[in-house]
Design a protein around this ligand. Sequence first.
Ligand code: F6P
Length: 441
Amino acid sequence: MLLINASKSDLKNEVFPSQIRERIDEPTNFPPSDTSPAPERVVGSRHVAQAKSCTQQRTARAEHRTDEPTTFLEPGIIGVLVSGGDCAGLNALVRAIVLHAVKSYNWRVIGIKRGFPGIWSRPMQTMDLTPEVCNNLWQTSGGIFLGSNKNASLSKAAGDGKALADLQEAFVAGYNALGLDALIVVGGDGSFAQLAEISDYGSPASQPERRPNIIAIPKTIDNDVPYTDLAIGHETALDVIVEAIDKLQTTAESHDRVIVVEVMGKDAGHIALKSGIAAGADAILIPEIPYDIEALAAHIKAILQNWKKYAIVVVAESVKTPQGEAKVRTIGADEQTRYYGVGEHIAFCLKSRLPAEVRSVTLGHVQRGGGPRAGDRLLAAKLGVAAVDFIRRGEFGRVLCTVNGEIIGVALGDVVGKTKIVEKESELVRAAVALGIYIGA
Ligand code: F6P
């Protein structure tokens, strides 16, 4: 088994999903063999189950759920909280959780508003979620009705005078005050890191008796959460980007222009690579693969001279400039940084090297907006139902990951601190090269 620790700083060292994939089958902190003890089951109160390996879970499913517990956690109250950047499919996910929890098990569902501060601040911000509230429009709508919070970093809160211990205490106190039996946290890598810290799942010296019962669900248009093939929001964002590039292709052709399109993708190029191939881009730059500006220019020049008079270059926001700098800008009063502007910079670099007008377009938050396409609605339905069933079986501290269409629970501590990045040897990279798309070297 290959152990990885794909933290952001490791990205330069090219730790790729094939390595992560090996890790899926044998997470280190799961009991190693079938002889491990069966999960402890507790009815109606807080509880920490011993995790089984993913392989064990899969085998058990194949064997007609022979490990189904004889007692279940019910009835109770579950909370739902969304943290981090929004995306399409979140309302559909909350609706699926509510419908299954209420209609199948007669549970009550409480929505926590605006992310972690909704439960650690006083007064807490909550709303009752019923099937009447979560009507069918939740299936079709974009954004997240509960609200989310992108700036709820623990370090920021600590900077406001609250120590981590205070936040942990407020979080657990909020959980208890609401009478929750479990809390579903929907988020991406940053939110899971906060969750692990605040709920004490991540720390080696964790105290199980203090931990709330947590289930985590990955959502991010970046699709960079490890172990899962898909996070909610990714597929819809791809559709939105492809539609936008389709439009840019026609106007680029009309005016014989080269258009550089900057897309999101914080430290991972999944969005750029997939949308670029799907939209027929001529070059795709992603942070995982170094590029050479002269080689890029020569590639586009050859296209303009020998094939067509226009070209599209897709650039992930986290690609570095030819000089090796990350292009960022600061936002908000607390001056957080966000990637922005590398597309414009590359367009500027290409201008002097090409015999055509070069323009740039940054798609920005358009990529996260709008209602979910069918793929994300289906993923939301599966994950929402699975989350409720994990809770009912008393299996906590898991991130629900989709692997070849099947949902498995990976230990939260295993997911935290890692990023799933594009594998250089992947089929998609090979396809891009085979289609004559410049992708670096
Ligand atoms: O992580 C998701 C993401 O959409 C990234 O692709 C992007 O860099 C970032 O969030 C933008 O964050 P914000 O909404 O705070 O500008």
